[in-house]
Design a protein around this ligand. Sequence first.
Ligand SMILES: [Zn+2]
Length: 313
Amino acid sequence: MPLAQKPVERAAHRRKDEAWLAEARRNPDVLVFLMRAGEPLMEGEVSGAPGFGQSFRGASRPLVWLGPQAFDLGARGEVFLGEDSSGTPIFALDMPAGWEMEASPIAGLGAFTEMRGAAAMLSPLEANLASTARSLFEWHRAHGFCSRCGQESHVSEAGWKRDCPACRAEHFPRTDPVAIMLAHRGDKCLMARQASWPQGFISALAGFVEPGETVEQAAVRELEEEAGIKADPANAEYLFCQPWPFPSSLMVGLLIPADSEEISVEQDELEAAWWITREEARQMLAGAHPRFYCPPPLAVAHHILKAWAERED
Ligand SMILES: [Zn+2]
């Protein structure tokens, strides 16, 4: 899973240590990267917005890494992400939406890059760091006020918490679990598309886990709601999960044997759904299907499809 690497020691015990954090910001070896409006600053030029299902195989661009001078650039937020293997502190800074790099001391050092494309071009380690920063900054942007009493809340613990000074409530970043499931029956699996997706792009079904549900129950409920397919949560097979910072999901990938075959699409959710043969799945993964293409390796959907397609019945 490209975004599921554990690249650094999060060093959570440092988050409350203001003296240590102040020292870390002045450390000449400190590693800092910038985000702006959810986009990481990467070396090189932006080569066009990436397509939704587009693969970036072969493309490779690193983050722009800055030192302690980055803290003077006028960021509106920061998060301490942890320490690398040699104990070097790592921070991400959130630049104001209108901040112009070309008018700053780091003009010409790179380009802010849309996160889906960025994640596909960064190394897994850097993609995970940028994803983590993006989720945290998006959370801060949407949670400036206490959800209990409505007063303005303040960032604490190096960006990992918000405190309400009025009612003393503590607020922590959200992670929203999403079940993404490939239903299969014999030699076929169920894939679908939304009307807003690019022509020919299809994927596995997915949906948020609701309060009171297990991931397996959510998967089965969504299959029935969206495609009219029945399945038993007890037969669901967990494969793997990865964080998905759009803005703060945890995508949990499952395979589920379907107990019915007749598709009945919920038109509010899906445009169409199909049973795809294993041979077709292999073609899609190879980019050789005449009609359909599937999510790129960045996405969990790609890997659950691959896991199923490589099995022999
Ligand atoms: Zn409050």
